[in-house]
Design a protein around this ligand. Structure first.
Ligand code: SPV
Ligand code: MN
Length: 629
């Protein structure tokens, strides 16, 4: 670390760049930048002050340096990540912790000392031959109690450009807050690349998160989920801070569900990656505020929430004109900025799996020149686009975004929290918990989901994923459950808590619902939180009445909803629910230190309710056997 940061910066930066940095009156910023320059030794440093000219410089740099390729439509570009870096790297992503710290589950940790040594070794001179980019952003709206100012250092213009679309600009916020700012810090080094600009140093890939030092290090990485510091990496820092301050950082969408008489009800929803979070937020008839990360605060006895981000890094596979008309439109409209990653490019146009039109017979994708016969480095056929291929855009470009709500410094008032995973055999499509405690324990903290391509590794394996946040936790899991329970104590009007399951199948493995049915579950939730509909009380929660769903299916989708469908979808599967409780209890007992005692009690109460229902009604119970309340 240079002794006098400002003198060091003055001596090492070109005068114009130095002036932009010196104008931020925050010694921590100067020390952080000086320290990273001394370590990574870039050829030059560019400081972005968020002026149109600086932002444009970075956008152009991404193309000029080959990190993005211009596509036929104006403003649209494509980016490729290495074949080995197509999802979040859970194995090499670790929290830096003091010796002896155990967070529970398989949360990956490394002791601070060895981590620092390793980073110093790997990052030494790693920006030689490259330009260091320094950017300022704000998580949450600016000038808000939710705002967290962030400094991002990267040598990737693609990362800097992506963050420009995904986050609020923060240079002015840093200048305004000066040395009082409580900042998060991010450093990303791409490392060595091949002629296609994809990362080659796979074995030295590291993502280390230092919560105590409020700093994230990402080295030899390229996929956005591993490099875009403000996304999932910042979530760990925010969860750590939220624990100290009594608020919540959640893997949640925010949306307005439209009810009778023009009513708009704000809902927050937690779903693991690739389990319908974005498609729920984007239900065409409703209003979108966010699709991935939210901060929640208990203010005046209610939950208020903001979208941490201002853009979308969405999964493109399956996006088609019929199911996703709003996104489809933007993906095909010139004039605004859009980055496609890991799609198939042919004739300057992007293509992806399940887009609803035939794919071209050849093109370029993350593996290089592609034909249906192309084999990847693992000897397997390369799909035309990667299942985790994505698009990046600013939310203001989507016509269903409520920009006023998005930028409201006070956030939106949340009436319902929804938790949903990829569950083929247990939960009904929608159910309401009996109250805050039951909801947090039996729905949120008991969430499980089958793995997807969003993370590296095998797909389709059922995993424990409390609040859909397991991948991002930085406090012990038991403590995190405790934080959620305590949060409810500050609420006089708590939101309703709901469990949803879009993926329930019959015994033959056939999905019992259509993709578009989810709008009905949301509409029912909207009615429930206003007390407009009755429900049936089952051992696991309140479920809808057939007649209410029938009306909602007709109104929202213009289709009938038979009693037979209702019975198949809402049948209570008692053996599966009991097995789930056993799995969850076992997981908490064996791998989660400091689990709140209430968790075991509430799950035991649910188990007893299920056992007595089984005694009276059998293993598989028609929803109509349960009383209406
Ligand atoms: C997710 O995987 O949950 C995402 C994309 O939202 S990533 O940036 O990889 O986290
Ligand atoms: Mn996500």
């Amino acid at each position: 670390m240079p002794e006098n940061a400002l003198v060091f910066l003055h001596d090492n930066l070109e005068a114009g760049q130095y002036a932009k940095l010196a104008a931020v009156d925050n010694p921590e910023v100067h020390e952080f930048v000086a320290g990273q320059i001394a370590l990574c030794r870039p050829d030059s440093v560019f400081v972005c002050d968020d002026s149109a000219q600086d932002v444009e410089y970075l956008r152009r740099a991404a193309r000029d340096r080959g990190e993005e390729i211009a596509l036929a439509l104006e403003g649209h570009t494509a980016h490729f990540d290495s074949c080995y870096d197509q999802g979040r790297d859970k194995k090499n992503t670790r929290l830096m912790v003091p010796p002896g710290t155990r967070l529970g589950g398989d949360i990956n940790t490394i002791e601070q000392g060895p981590a620092r040594e390793e980073l110093s070794r790997l990052m030494a001179g790693l920006m030689q031959g490259r330009e260091m980019i320094v950017r300022f952003f704000c998580l949450g709206p600016t000038s808000s109690p939710f705002s967290i100012p962030c400094i991002q250092i990267t040598d990737s213009a693609y990362v800097a450009h992506s963050e420009d679309l995904l986050y609020r600009k923060g240079y002015e916020e840093f200048r305004r807050q000066g040395s009082s700012a409580r900042i998060f810090r991010f450093i990303h080094c791409t490392g060595a690349v091949d002629e296609r600009k994809t990362c080659i140093d796979i074995k030295d890939r590291r993502v280390y998160i230092d919560c105590l030092g409020r700093t994230v290090y990402s080295v030899n990485t390229q996929y956005g989920g591993n490099t875009i510091g403000l996304k999932k990496l910042a979530m760990r820092l925010a969860i750590f801070r939220a624990e100290q301050e009594g608020w919540l950082t959640e893997h949640m969408l925010l949306m307005g569900v439209h009810g009778p008489g023009g009513r708009k009800t704000w809902v927050a929803g937690a779903y693991p990656s690739m389990c319908g979070k974005t498609s729920t937020a984007m239900i065409p008839s409703e209003t979108m505020v966010g699709d991935d990360i939210a901060y929640l605060r208990a203010l005046d006895g209610v939950v208020r929430a903001v979208n941490v981000e201002a853009g979308m890094f969405g999964i493109i596979q399956g996006i088609n004109a019929v199911d996703d008309p709003i996104i489809w439109d933007v993906l095909h409209t010139p004039g605004h900025q859009l980055i496609f990653s890991n799609v198939l490019i042919s004739d300057g146009k992007p293509h992806w799996i399940d887009m609803g039109t035939p794919l071209p017979p050849h093109g370029h994708n993350h593996s290089g020149a592609w034909t249906p016969e192309s084999l990847g480095p693992d000897g397997k056929k390369v799909p035309p686009s990667h299942p985790n291929a994505r698009f990046t855009l600013a939310l203001s470009d989507l016509k269903n975004t409520d920009v006023e709500a998005l930028e409201n410094p006070g956030g939106i008032l949340v009436r319902a929290l929804v938790y949903g995973g990829r569950d083929s055999d247990t939960w009904v499509p929608v159910q309401q918990a009996f109250g805050w405690e039951h909801g947090i324990i039996a729905k949120a903290a008991s969430l499980e989901s089958e793995t997807t391509a969003a993370t590296l590794g095998k797909e389709g394996v059922r995993e424990f994923n409390p609040m859909s946040n397991i991948d991002f936790l930085s406090v012990p899991i038991g403590r995190y459950v405790g934080m959620n329970l305590e949060f409810g104590e500050h609420l006089t009007t708590p939101p309703g808590i709901f469990g949803v399951n879009y993926f329930i199948r019959d015994r033959q493995g056939k999905f019992l619902n259509q993709r578009t049915d989810k709008v009905v579950w949301l509409k029912w939730i909207e009615l429930r939180v206003h007390g407009d509909v009755k429900a049936r009380r089952t051992p696991t929660g309140f479920i809808p009445l057939h007649e209410d769903l029938e009306k909602l299916f007709a109104d929202a989708l213009g289709k009938p909803y038979s009693l037979q469908d209702y019975e198949a979808q809402f049948m209570l599967r008692i053996p599966e629910n009991l097995a789930k409780i056993d799995r969850i209890v076992k997981t908490y007992r064996e791998s989660v230190p400091d689990t709140p005692a209430r968790l075991y009690e509430v799950l035991e109460e649910e188990r007893q309710r299920l056992l007595s229902a089984r005694e009276q009604l059998g293993d598989y119970v028609s929803p109509e056997r349960f009383p209406v309340e």
